[in-house]
Design a protein around this ligand. Structure first.
Ligand SMILES: [Zn+2]
Length: 282
């Protein structure tokens, strides 16, 4: 082992500071969203088959809900600005701002240079789960999405229904993009219903059987016009493995709800980030 300095204990004992204190983040108007939601009617739905993905659109100011229907199932969610696919969900910055797992009142933030809220979580029936004894929690922004490249790297497999491939096919279908072009738009996900954490001893990413049951849901308010894609992960409830057809899998339901006219009062979609984008170049 490398040399241990004499003041090692003192250095380890330094208290951490939060990287991004979030007291100054704009606070979502949750009461307004709740009032508007109470007036909303369902305007669309998409059933995502097991081991497949489907796209859906949600105009700014509407709500969308992802529900477990037949059995415990994890979903991998991508979001894009419906008018500009280059603005898409930024998992890493969302993690930096809110922490490793999302729940009610937290937001999915978009990529640079927009860096604005794309969607706000307005209801989470799994909020009760909190953190378990292993540090596990639900709806993470720490994983990426299961993909065939990592599967090939680790086991030499050629599996075509990983979330990455499912999302690629769904986006190509929805947009007419060549699948090779669509693939480049697929990004790290919000792992809906997935129960994950890091092991304390080795710091490794772990998963365990999702606590989700039929009837559970995660609901969002669309802050901007959204194109979404949701994959019903081949890992099923992610209790054992993914990247194969061996886990039991179930569909997921996406429903879209439109509030009554004027229910959102003078609400407008958030503007793109206010940084002047000069990067010091004048
Ligand atoms: Zn997956």
């Amino acid at each position: 082992m490398a040399h241990i300095p004499e003041d090692a204990a003192a250095r380890r004992a330094i208290k951490p500071v939060i990287c991004y204190p979030n007291e100054t983040l704009p606070v979502p108007p949750m009461a307004l969203y709740q009032t508007a939601r109470a007036t909303a009617r369902k305007v669309g739905e998409v059933l995502v088959p097991a081991r497949e993905a489907r796209c859906f659109t949600v105009p700014a100011g509407q709500f969308f809900r992802i529900s477990s229907v037949d059995g415990p199932q994890v979903g991998d969610l991508n979001l894009w600005n419906a008018q500009d696919l280059n603005e898409r969900f930024y998992s890493g910055k969302t993690r930096a701002l809110h922490g490793t797992h999302l729940t009610t009142g937290m937001r999915m933030w978009s990529s640079f240079p927009a860096l604005r809220p794309m969607a706000t979580i307005v209801e989470d029936t799994l909020e009760w789960y909190g953190k378990d004894e292993w540090g596990g929690s639900v709806h993470d922004v720490i994983g990426t999405r299961c993909d065939p490249y990592t599967g090939n790297l680790l086991s030499g497999s050629q599996y075509h229904h990983c979330c990455h491939s499912n999302l690629t096919r769904a986006l190509a279908d929805e947009t007419g993009l060549d699948p090779k072009v669509a693939e480049r738009q697929v990004h790290d996900v919000l792992n809906v219903f997935m129960c994950t954490g890091f092991t304390r001893d080795t710091g490794q990413y772990f998963m365990k059987a999702s606590p989700v049951r039929p009837g559970d849901y995660l609901e969002f308010f669309a802050e901007i016009d959204l194109l979404g894609a949701l994959s019903a992960c081949p890992g099923g409830d992610c209790s054992t493995e993914h990247s194969s057809d061996s886990a039991t899998c179930h569909p997921l339901l996406v429903e879209v709800f439109e509030p009554a006219i004027k229910a959102l009062q003078d609400w407008t979609p958030p503007p793109v980030n206010g940084y002047d984008r000069s990067h010091g170049l004048g």
